[in-house]
Design a protein around this ligand. Structure first.
Ligand SMILES: Nc1ncnc2c1ncn2[C@@H]1O[C@H](COP(=O)(O)OP(=O)(O)OP(=O)(O)O)[C@@H](O)[C@H]1O
Length: 272
């Protein structure tokens, strides 16, 4: 007869809570101009994926295809599919509002409602996506804690958000996007308007959020890509050509032992 071993073992790490996005043959156009060609990329749960590459190669456009923001731009079109945990976000089974609730976005410039209170800014995340909350105050606190801002604002939740520093405003925007519990968070150069200290604080927040939400970040800062991401995709557009992914994989490999000489040149600052 066998008995179950009773020796305590190290608990397995909790499974990452985020969703997995997979882009399959994504191409994008503005009018007749093709700006992105045949992008295949898997962005897995529990990881931060950094999108890097020179200006104009299509990183932000690609990011916007991941939560159906690209189609908002007049004349913009798209081919290919984007699967969120296996469901095509363009396939008709998910409504646009569902996609944008499950795949949140934080922009380059912090964009809180400045005259609105800090608490109401966080709660605005619910209104923007039509989500109801039974414990509004609890949710506000939880979102601010997850964004690493609670301790700095707990005593002034009714004060206008416009009084916060730039870095705090950006963490407030992260809190706002977290209220609806997205599975994926898209970040388009979230630190480019911030000083180095605020930048570090956002990077810490990204590290803390990684196990809860899949993060995809566009950054021009190679040190930042190495600090915050586990996976990386290098985009490049040859002259008058659409942007493509030259190479993707673990960040350590892309920076330490890239397969393509163009990746090596870019990550070592030889162009771009
Ligand atoms: N709204 C738009 N209308 C027309 N063309 C656009 C629009 N937005 C971007 N483009 C063009 O699409 C191409 C890709 O732009 P995109 O902003 O995605 O690149 P990027 O790699 O994110 O650049 P950057 O690093 O400078 O932000 C560029 O040639 C750009 O000029």
């Amino acid at each position: 007869m066998t008995t179950e071993a009773s020796t305590p073992t190290t608990p397995a790490p909790a499974a990452a809570e985020g969703g997995t996005l997979r882009a399959e043959r994504v191409s994008a156009w503005f009018g007749t101009r093709k700006v992105l060609e045949d992008v295949n990329l898997e962005m897995g749960a529990g990881a931060v994926t950094a999108l890097i590459g020179p200006s104009g190669c299509g990183k932000s456009t690609f990011l916007r295809t991941l939560n159906r923001m690209h189609e908002i731009i007049p004349g913009a079109s798209l081919a290919g599919s984007v699967l969120l945990d296996g469901d095509d976000i363009y396939g008709g089974t998910l409504r646009v509002t569902q996609v944008r609730r499950r795949v949140g976005m934080v922009f380059q410039k912090p964009n809180p409602f400045p005259a609105m209170s800090i608490a109401d800014n966080v709660a605005a995340g619910l209104r923007l996506t039509g989500t109801r909350a039974t414990d509004r105050d609890g949710l506000i606190e939880d979102s601010l804690r997850r964004a690493g801002l609670w301790n700095e604002v707990r005593n002034r939740l009714r004060a206008p958000a416009g009084g916060l520093s730039g870095g705090q405003q950006q963490r407030l925007c992260i809190a706002r996007s977290l209220t609806v519990r997205p599975e994926v968070l898209l970040m388009d150069e979230p630190c480019s308007a911030l000083d180095p200290t605020s930048t570090r604080r956002i990077e810490e927040t990204i590290g803390e959020l990684r196990s809860q939400v899949t993060i995809i970040i566009v950054t021009h800062n190679m040190q930042q890509a190495q600090r915050v991401s586990q996976r990386c995709a290098f985009f490049l557009a040859a002259e008058d050509q659409p942007g493509r992914v030259v190479e993707s994989g673990p960040t350590e490999r892309l920076f330490g032992d890239p397969e393509d000489p163009r990746t090596a040149d870019y990550v070592h600052g030889r162009f771009g």
